[in-house]
Design a binder for this molecule. Structure first.
Ligand SMILES: Nc1ncnc2c1ncn2[C@@H]1O[C@H](COP(=O)(O)OP(=O)(O)O)[C@@H](O)[C@H]1O
Ligand SMILES: [Mg+2]
Length: 276
C-alpha cells in the first residue's frame, strides 16, 4: 500500500467519540466528544454546567471509563447529592473504585482525595495519583471549575492550561474544564483556557415571559461538523438535563437590556484605565 493510501485510510478512520450522557446532546457534536479532547465548558451561574458535567461523569461510569471529578465550588457531598436527584449513584461508583471525586473546596477536612491548596501543580499531581489508583485505560476528567486556580495568576492561565492539557492527554483523559462566565462583562473567567481548548461548549440563560430558560451552544469542536444552532435545554427533577431543540432567538432575547450593557461597558473602560 502506498503512503497516500495509508494516509487516506487514516483520514477516513472513524474518530472514537465519548457519549456525553445528556439525552439529545451527542448528535449536536457528531456523536460525542473525540477521545483525548480537552473541552472548555463555560456559562453564567445556574446554567447547568455542573449538572452537564455530572452526566458526563456518570456516562463514563456506565461505559467503564475511569472517572475523576474535581470540585472546587461545591463539596464532594453536594455533587453526590445533586447526582442522586437524577438517579445516579456516585457513591456506589466511588465504592467500586470506578470514580474518584477530588474535593478542593478546602473545608479543613483532609482526606486522601482532597486538595489542601488551590495550586495547579498540586492539582495535576493529585489527578495523576487518582488515575493510577483507578488503573489503566480510557478516562474522563472533569475540573469544576478551573477559575479558582487562576485568580492569583491570570497571566499564567493560558500557559498553564496548555501544560495541563498536554499532561492530561498522555494519561488518556478526555476532559471537561469548566470556567465561570462573568455575567457583568461577558468575559469568560477562563483566562484564555478557550484558546487552548479543542472544544467550547457555552451555556446561557434568559428570562422569557417571566420564565427562566436555559440554552447551550457548541462554539467549537475540532474535527467535527458540529451543529451551529443554539439549543434550548431543561433540567428535570428525577431525570436531569435534556435537550429540547434548536431555537431561533433574536439577539435581544439573550442579551442584557441596552442601558445595562452601556453601564457595564463604561465600567469596563474605567477599570481598564486603572490598570498599571
Ligand atoms: N432536582 C432538580 N430538579 C430540577 N432542576 C434542578 C434540580 N437540581 C438542580 N436544578 C437546577 O439546576 C440549577 C443548577 O445547575 P448547575 O449545573 O449547578 O449550574 P452551574 O454549575 O452552571 O452553576 C439549579 O439552579 C436549578 O435550577
Ligand atoms: Mg457549578
Amino acid at each position: 500500500m502506498s503512503e497516500e493510501d495509508i494516509e487516506e485510510r487514516r483520514s477516513k478512520e472513524e474518530i472514537e467519540r465519548l457519549s456525553v450522557g445528556v439525552e439529545g446532546f451527542d448528535p449536536i457534536i457528531g456523536g460525542g466528544i473525540p477521545r483525548g479532547f480537552f473541552v472548555a465548558v463555560t456559562g453564567e451561574p445556574g446554567t447547568g454546567k455542573t449538572i452537564f458535567s455530572i452526566h458526563f461523569a456518570w456516562r463514563g461510569v456506565l461505559d467503564n471509563d475511569k472517572v475523576i471529578y474535581v470540585t472546587t465550588e461545591e463539596s464532594r457531598e453536594s455533587i453526590i447529592r445533586q447526582a442522586k436527584m437524577f438517579n445516579m449513584d456516585l457513591e456506589k461508583a466511588i465504592d467500586e473504585e470506578k470514580m474518584i471525586i477530588i474535593d478542593a473546596l478546602m473545608r479543613g477536612r483532609a482526606d486522601e482525595w482532597s486538595l489542601d491548596e488551590i495550586d495547579v501543580d498540586r492539582l495535576v499531581e493529585k489527578i495523576i495519583e487518582a488515575k493510577k489508583r483507578l488503573g489503566y485505560g480510557r478516562a474522563r476528567l472533569v475540573i469544576d471549575s478551573m477559575s479558582a486556580f487562576w485568580l492569583d495568576k491570570p497571566a499564567m492561565a493560558r500557559k498553564y492550561s496548555y501544560m495541563v492539557k498536554r499532561i492530561l492527554y498522555r494519561w488518556d483523559f478526555t476532559t471537561l474544564m469548566i470556567s465561570q462566565y462573568a455575567i457583568t462583562t461577558g468575559d469568560a473567567f477562563g483566562f484564555g483556557v478557550e484558546h487552548v481548548a479543542d472544544g467550547i461548549i457555552r451555556f446561557r440563560r434568559s428570562v422569557r415571559r417571566g420564565v427562566l430558560k436555559r440554552y447551550v451552544l457548541v462554539e467549537k469542536m475540532r474535527q467535527t461538523a458540529h451543529d451551529t444552532r443554539m439549543y434550548e435545554i431543561d433540567i428535570i427533577n428525577g431525570k436531569g438535563m435534556i435537550v429540547i431543540g434548536p431555537v431561533s432567538l433574536r439577539r435581544e432575547d439573550v442579551s442584557l437590556p441596552e442601558d445595562v450593557m452601556r453601564r457595564i461597558k463604561d465600567q469596563k473602560k474605567r477599570s481598564e484605565k486603572e490598570l498599571p
